[in-house]
Design a binder for this molecule. Structure first.
Ligand code: PEP
Ligand code: MN
Length: 358
């Protein structure tokens, strides 16, 4: 993906140098979409509008959007505000209808991006009907960067060049307090591999609740994201989908004014000095881990000779709770401690199983 073209969206007046795509989860009626879009335009919040015509819902019987019938409302909202508008497409037919209605940009949702067959058909339809439109690809539900890259590549290989990515968190077994776990390392790795690919964050679908929108947005800015996609509704409590994670245009404007876009640099070498110390500690961590695993291997050999099983669960749970409370006393986060200690333990088990079966 070396030859990307710009998305052709302009920065938000309230968030210098960053894109803000805002609008309702779904296009609910011509009037409510128009009202929301006009408020967003008047407040100067948005670079572009969003409104879902086709809504992927977990359970049948939920409101699934007005479909193609809503596309003229999208055009009207764009014409009345001068802002480009986008919608989600999930099938070749959606892409054809959205192109015919001249929707300005499209995004591909997390459920579709996770399905290579659907992505291939969609990529071909988009390349056929609207190869020059900006296409944003949300991360697949699964925390698998290759799946996300694969979805983007299918579009690129089909000839689409105005590409961007939207990070909306991942479906994992315990995402609390989020609706979808941010797993920031995945979008950051995407950025390292494709530095020219614009990367947006969607705090509405990541957080799943209004109060998380501001902190997630600030985190995304601090991590260097190019912009935000935020669900906005004139009366979120009455929204037909995702009401709990939408804010009003006025709340959006207020939040954007409070967010900090940090552009500073430090001329002195204080940061370099600290980084050197961190590098040194990381090296020590690695040699400590290697020494620990050597001890694990010695225990593994003793267990093999005594024909013992690899795992003594009682010892592990005792150890885990002692270590976690010790770590917490030292100021470490308990979620971090759990995942670190579990990873180390898993590796010990893996090594011992190899030794038992040598
Ligand atoms: C949406 O943006 O309304 C949407 C359904 O998003 P996602 O695919 O991220 O769930
Ligand atoms: Mn939504």
């Amino acid at each position: 993906m070396d030859e990307l073209l710009p998305l052709n969206l302009t920065e938000s007046k309230l968030l210098p140098g960053r894109l803000v795509i805002a609008g309702p989860c779904s296009a609910e009626s011509p009037d409510s979409l128009l009202e929301c879009s006009r408020l967003l335009a008047a407040l100067g919040c948005a670079s572009a509008l969003r409104a879902g015509a086709w809504k992927p819902r977990t359970r049948p019987g939920s409101f699934e959007g007005y479909g193609a019938a809503a596309l003229p409302w999208l055009r009207e909202a764009s014409a009345s505000t001068g802002l480009p508008i986008g919608t989600e497409v999930a099938t070749p037919e959606h892409a054809k209808q959205a192109a015919e209605a001249d929707v300005d940009f499209l995004w591909i949702g997390a459920r579709t991006a996770a399905n290579p067959f659907a992505m291939q058909q969609l990529a071909e339809a988009i390349a056929y009907h609207c190869p020059d439109k900006a296409i944003l690809v949300k991360n697949p539900l699964n925390p698998d960067i290759e799946l996300w890259i694969g979805a983007l590549q299918r579009l690129y290989l089909a000839g689409v060049r105005r590409l961007g990515a939207i990070h909306r968190g991942f479906s994992v077994c315990d995402a609390s307090p989020y609706r979808n776990a941010p797993l920031w390392q995945i979008p950051l790795q995407l950025h390292r591999r494709f530095p020219k690919l614009p990367l947006l964050h969607d705090p509405s679908h990541t957080g799943g609740t209004r109060s998380l929108i501001a902190p997630l947005s600030q985190a995304a800015l601090d991590l260097g994201f190019d912009g935000l996609m935020i669900e906005c509704h004139p009366d979120p409590e009455q929204a037909m989908s995702d009401g709990g994670q939408q804010i009003t245009p006025a709340e959006l404007a207020d939040m954007l004014r409070r967010l900090r876009v940090r552009t500073g640099t430090r001329p002195d070498d204080a940061i370099d000095g600290l980084r050197l110390q961190i590098d040194e500690l990381d090296n020590q961590l690695l040699s400590i881990l290697a020494r620990r695993m050597n001890l694990t291997d010695s225990i593994g050999r003793l267990k093999r000779d005594a024909d013992m099983p690899a795992l003594q669960p009682a010892r592990y749970s005792r150890l885990l709770s002692t270590l976690i409370s010790r770590g917490e006393t030292a100021g470490l986060d308990s979620r971090f401690l759990h995942s670190l200690l579990e990873t180390v333990h898993e590796e010990s088990i893996r090594r011992q199983l190899l030794i038992l079966n040598e």
